[in-house]
Design a protein around this ligand. Structure first.
Ligand code: SF4
Ligand code: SF4
Length: 345
C-alpha cells in the first residue's frame, strides 16, 4: 500500500480526467431523499455526500438482478457461448462497508465454484473508494466493516485541504500519475497525523451498538427456541426486500429461454430470496422452510454464523439497508441484541 495526498484543487481535474477516458459509475443525488449509483457524464453530477443508497453499487454492477449467462445452439452437438461482459469502467465513490460487501462477493464467487460472469466484470472494474457518513441504521463499525483494507485501487479520505489517498494497486498508481499531476505526492508525517484524527472523528459517527461478539454462542443456545423465532418473525411479510438490498446476498435462480426456432436460446439468472415461501420448495411439493420463523432464522444464520465458519468473516457488513427496506420493521441489529438478552436471562 502506498499513502499519498492530493490537493483539493486537483480533485476536479482528477475526476474529469477519469470521466474523459472511462465509463464512470458514481453517486448522484436523484431527489431530496435518494442517491443512486449511475453513469456520470460530468463532474458536477457526482455527489459523494450521500449516507445511503437503496441498492449496493458493487452488487448492482457485478451481480445484476438479471443477467444473461450463456447462449446456446442445438445442432448435432450443443454449442455453448459464454456471455462475458468485459467493459472496463470506474466505480467511483463507493464507501468502505460496500467495498467490504464486494470483497465478500469476490470470495464467494471464486470459492467452490468459479463464476466466470462475475469475474469478467470484476477484473475490469476500477474501484475508487471514499469515506462517507453512516446513516442512522448503519452498524458497520460493530461488524468491523467501516474500514476497507483491500478491494479497491484507490481509497480517498477527505481532510482539511487535501485528500489522503491509499493506493492499493499499480493500476491505481497509474491513474494518479496520469490524472492528478498537480500534487500527487507521498503523505508526510503531518498528513498521517491529520488522517488519524479524521478517522477517529469518522468512527464516532457510528452510533448503533450491537452485541455481535456473543451472538455466535447465543444463537446456538436459542436455535431451537420456536417461540422466540416466531416472535421475532411475527410481522414478516415474506417479501424478500431485505435480500434484494443486501450487498452480500448472492442467491439466484437460473432459467432457460428457448427461442421459437427451438434451436437457439439462452440461460440467464435472476436474484432469488431466501425469505420468500417458494425458496425452499422442491420437487414433490416438500418445503424445507415452510414458515417465516424458519426463513428468518436461516437468514440470520447465513449472515452471522455460516460464513464466519467458512470464510472467517460475517456475510453482513452492517450497512443497515435491510432495516430501512423492511416494511414490517424487522431489524437485524435489534434482533441480535434481543437474542443476547434472552440468553443472559
Ligand atoms: S424481514 Fe422484512 S424485508 Fe425481509 S422478508 Fe420479512 S418483511 Fe420483507
Ligand atoms: S444483512 Fe442487512 S445490514 Fe447486513 S449487509 Fe445485508 S442489508 Fe446490510
Amino acid at each position: 500500500m502506498l499513502y499519498k495526498v492530493m490537493d483539493k484543487k486537483d480533485y476536479k481535474d482528477f475526476v474529469s480526467g477519469l470521466l474523459s477516458d472511462y465509463k464512470l459509475i458514481g453517486p448522484k443525488k436523484i431527489n431530496e431523499a435518494v442517491h443512486d449509483f449511475v453513469q456520470i457524464k460530468s463532474f458536477e453530477e457526482i455527489d459523494t455526500s450521500y449516507k445511503k443508497t437503496t441498492l449496493p453499487p458493487a452488487k448492482k454492477l457485478l451481480f445484476p438482478s438479471t443477467e444473461e449467462l450463456v447462449k446456446y445452439k442445438l445442432n448435432e452437438q450443443i454449442e455453448i457461448t459464454s456471455v462475458l461482459d468485459t467493459e472496463e469502467m470506474v466505480l467511483f465513490g463507493i464507501n468502505a462497508w460496500d467495498i467490504n460487501g464486494m470483497n465478500f462477493l469476490d470470495r464467494l464467487f471464486t470459492t467452490d465454484f468459479i463464476d466466470d460472469n462475475y469475474i469478467a466484470k470484476r477484473k475490469n472494474l476500477i474501484v475508487i473508494g471514499v469515506d462517507t457518513e453512516p446513516s442512522e441504521t448503519n452498524f458497520a463499525l460493530e461488524m468491523g466493516a467501516e474500514y476497507a483494507k483491500s478491494g479497491f485501487d484507490l481509497f480517498m479520505t477527505e481532510m482539511q485541504d487535501k485528500y489522503f489517498i491509499r493506493v492499493a494497486t499499480a493500476r491505481g498508481e497509474e491513474l494518479l500519475k496520469k490524472y492528478a499531476k498537480g500534487t500527487n505526492v507521498a503523505a508526510s508525517d503531518a498528513d498521517f497525523a491529520e488522517y488519524d484524527k479524521v478517522m477517529e472523528e469518522y468512527r464516532k459517527k457510528f452510533k448503533v451498538k450491537v452485541e455481535i461478539e456473543s451472538f455466535y454462542d447465543c444463537f446456538e443456545a436459542k436455535y431451537d427456541n420456536k417461540q422466540l423465532w416466531e416472535k421475532i418473525s411475527d410481522s414478516c411479510f415474506s417479501c424478500g426486500s431485505c435480500n434484494l438490498v443486501c450487498p452480500t446476498c448472492f442467491c439466484f435462480n437460473v432459467k432457460d429461454d428457448m427461442n421459437l426456432d427451438l434451436k437457439t436460446g439462452m440461460k440467464s439468472r435472476e436474484w432469488d430470496s431466501c425469505m420468500i415461501p417458494d425458496y425452499g420448495l422442491v420437487a414433490g411439493g416438500h418445503n424445507f422452510r415452510p414458515n417465516r420463523a424458519n426463513r428468518l432464522k436461516q437468514r440470520y444464520r447465513c449472515k452471522l454464523k455460516t460464513y464466519l465458519d467458512k470464510f472467517g468473516s460475517y456475510s453482513c457488513v452492517g450497512c443497515g439497508r435491510c432495516v430501512e427496506a423492511c416494511l414490517a420493521k424487522i431489524n437485524i441489529y435489534e434482533d441480535i441484541n434481543t437474542i443476547k438478552e434472552e440468553v443472559s436471562l
